[in-house]
Design a protein around this ligand. Structure first.
Ligand SMILES: *Cc1c(COP(=O)(O)O)cnc(C)c1O
Length: 376
């Protein structure tokens, strides 16, 4: 059986968790959390990175920092995970969905401006499969209409757009370290903050509305309750698990890219014969092999393909059910313009097994079964 995903594990995780326990510092913002934050800051060049309990929570923090409130509108794609919308819906905002581009499955940058109204407060680009959205155009629209840009870079750590790390281009960036992502701590994420002016507020919001972060740095004598907030900081044991992978981030990235390229090379003949479609990576984007997907002709063919692969011991999956078609999506959002590609393309897409540790021979086998399915 070839799993669809296996959580990343490098071998050092248990040692580091033990170390966190022996440090007698298992709550948040311990040694490993600091190492992870510093690593993200150094690797991406962001002003500030703060580990959080999830990417969902990082997005909630960003929504709070951006001052999103009732009746505000937030523009995003409908082809995304529920968290992208949840963070804003929780603040009472209305979600406005725009269509995606069929090549990258990212929000179509040319449809955003038409969806802007007097109530629009933010744009939330989702970098699907770790391939960047057209950020220059998105930032230009945001500047013109004075909107906040919150990048859902849950899948985008280690990817770049014109040489800049995903999550550092907009006002805020959100990473996920869920077990299905390239680097994991079980459940976890990070908020990336571009502008220094938000850092203190972010620290307070993340620490239950207190100025405890300042206290720990010795900047004040005692800490107190200064604003509303919540608890968005993960335990240092979780950060210890993550640290084992961030230390080997390039090794993991290279291994994933090798399998991605193997899929790409072996499946290109099928693409050239018009049998299936493969992911597009625009020239200005460097991706992180978060995902390898193929597109079948239609929903019916995809269903048969996934069943055939399963019968042959290969777990391949699809996602997402477009948010505007879900009950909550209908309640909290609206689709602006025509759904030309969101539903159609989502019904054709199948994700192939992709994880750190996936073997060359396994990819050969998966591709051989896809070829068998198509009779080539
Ligand atoms: C995984 C994912 C999330 C949610 O991440 P969590 O860390 O589980 O909260 C949000 N958006 C996208 C696009 C994702 O892939």
């Amino acid at each position: 059986m070839i799993c669809f995903n296996v959580p990343p594990y490098t071998g050092k995780e248990m040692d580091y968790i033990r170390q966190a326990v022996e440090n007698q510092k298992i709550c948040g913002d311990g040694e490993f959390t600091k190492k992870c934050n510093a690593w993200i800051e150094e690797r991406t060049g962001t002003k500030k990175a703060l580990l959080t309990t999830s990417c969902t929570h990082a997005t909630e923090l960003a929504a709070l920092l951006a001052g999103i409130g009732p009746e505000d509108e937030v523009i995003m794609p409908a082809y995304t995970f529920v968290s992208t919308a949840d963070a804003f819906v929780l603040r009472g905002a209305k979600v406005v969905f725009v269509d995606i581009r069929p090549d990258t499955m990212n929000m179509d940058e040319n449809l955003i401006e038409d969806a802007v109204t007097e109530r629009t407060k933010a744009i939330v680009p989702v970098h699907y499969a770790g391939v960047a959205c057209e950020m220059d155009r998105i930032m230009e629209i945001a500047r013109k209409h004075n909107l906040t840009v919150i990048e859902d870079a849950a899948q985008g750590i280690m990817s770049t757009y014109k040489g800049r790390a995903l999550g550092t281009i907009g006002d805020f960036g959100c990473y996920s370290f869920h077990e299905t992502k390239n680097y994991s701590m079980g459940e976890g994420g990070a908020l990336l903050i571009r502008d220094e002016k938000y850092v203190e507020d972010a620290e307070i919001l993340r620490e239950k509305g207190t100025n405890r972060s300042k206290f720990f740095r010795g900047q004040i004598d005692k800490y107190t309750w200064v604003n509303y907030g919540s608890s968005y900081l993960p335990s240092d044991m979780n950060a210890a698990y993550l640290w084992a992978q961030l230390e080997l981030a390039d090794v993991i990235n290279d291994a994933r890219l090798a399998r991605w390229k193997q899929y790409w090379e072996l499946l290109t003949p099928l693409k050239e014969r018009g049998i299936l479609e493969l992911p597009a990576v625009p020239e200005e984007c460097v991706h992180n092999a978060h995902m390898f997907y193929i597109k079948a002709k239609d929903l019916e063919e995809r269903t048969r393909l996934l069943t055939f692969l399963k019968e042959n011991g290969i777990l391949s999956v699809f996602h997402y059910i477009p948010l505007h078609t879900a009950p909550a999506g209908q309640k909290f959002g609206r689709f602006h313009g025509e759904d030309k590609y969101t539903t159609k393309e989502s019904e054709r897409l199948a994700r192939l097994p992709m994880y750190y540790g996936l073997e060359e021979g396994q990819v050969d086998y998966i591709v051989s079964k896809i070829k068998e399915f198509y009779g080539v």
